[in-house]
Write a protein that binds this ligand. Structure first.
Ligand SMILES: [Zn+2]
Length: 309
């Protein structure tokens, strides 16, 4: 159990992490570098070097922020700045072994299902709140991939027609209201009103992390901003529950883990009001992720093991 079975790689908008992972999801050795954004050649080089540095010939699984097709081509990764990059093929050529590539939130959902918060549920939904909002769906114990590999983009469920602009180019996506980025924006927008008293007025970089820290330190305005993000999340969750009827909803990602005590109860309340037949049916539990920021990397590693079997 303590032997590594694969190498997991998480390529995010700012950092790139590679690690050896055991079958039960423990991370043994890890390497980390800044993501070379907008440079596909450097990105491939960097992953190649980190994996080679970990040694051995273990299978490699990559989770990357973006749309990844079934052949491991990153079709569109706006946060990384790549388009139509055949990442799986290029890496397996260089490393001389099988490399699987998937969307980071989808692999995170798989990680939480196999060895994290969702091990007891055969039907589960995971949302990751970070720079954006990612998602993954488990249906009957299988990962939902969709016809092209693009399934589970839960952050782009539209919760407000003609609403806030989303980085994807649409208006009113859940991501535009519930991501860490959106939480910072909401706080900045509201503080234009000089009547509001908040410690956030003295913060230089007012982002989602700053809002969460202030809320945890007792700032009422910051807590309200987080609860409102939670309400939007709940509006999105109600539609997901109507479509998928999951047993469990897992909320993870950098922005959510600390903000959970504010975001999750508000999300549950908003979801409860809106789900069809909410007073006659059981509603899913909404719980925090347990694999922290490593979920995508662990899930990617475990998918690589399955692909190699
Ligand atoms: Zn969007």
């Amino acid at each position: 159990v303590s032997e590594p079975v694969a190498i997991g790689v998480d390529v995010g908008g700012t950092k790139l992490v590679a690690a050896t992972v055991t079958r039960d999801g423990r991370v043994l050795e890890r390497r980390r570098k800044r993501t070379p954004a907008g440079r596909a050649d450097l990105l491939v080089d960097t992953v190649d070097r980190l994996v080679a540095d970990l040694g051995g010939t273990l299978p490699v699984g990559v989770g990357i922020a973006g749309l990844v097709d079934a052949g491991g081509v990153v079709r569109y990764g706006p946060n990384i700045g790549v388009r139509d990059l055949p990442l799986a093929d290029e890496l397996s050529q260089r490393l001389g072994r099988e490399v699987t590539v998937g969307n980071d939130a989808t692999t995170a959902a798989w990680g939480e299902y196999l060895v994290g918060a969702a091990t007891a549920a055969r039907d589960a939904v995971m949302l990751t709140l970070g720079t954006g909002v990612g998602g993954g769906v488990i249906v009957g114990g299988r990962l939902l991939e969709g016809a092209h590999g693009f399934g589970g983009e839960l952050g782009h469920v539209i919760v407000q027609e003609a609403g806030r602009p989303c980085p994807c180019g649409n208006l009113g996506c859940l991501e535009a209201y519930a991501s860490g980025t959106a939480i910072g924006l909401t706080a900045r927008e509201r503080l234009v009103n000089r009547d509001i008293t908040s410690s956030l007025r003295d913060v230089d970089e007012l982002d989602g992390k700053a809002v969460t820290s202030a809320a945890l330190a007792g700032d009422d305005f910051a807590a309200e901003v987080l609860r409102d993000a939670g309400t939007w999340l709940g509006v999105g969750l109600a539609s997901l529950v109507n479509v998928l009827d999951p047993e469990l909803i897992v909320v993870g990602g950098g922005a959510a883990i600390q903000a959970g005590p504010f975001v999750i109860p508000a999300a549950v309340a908003a979801m409860r009001e809106r789900v069809l037949g909410h007073d006659v049916r059981g509603l899913p539990d909404v719980v925090p992720a347990t694999l922290s920021d490593d979920a995508g990397m662990i899930g990617a590693a475990l998918r690589a093991v399955e692909a190699a079997a």
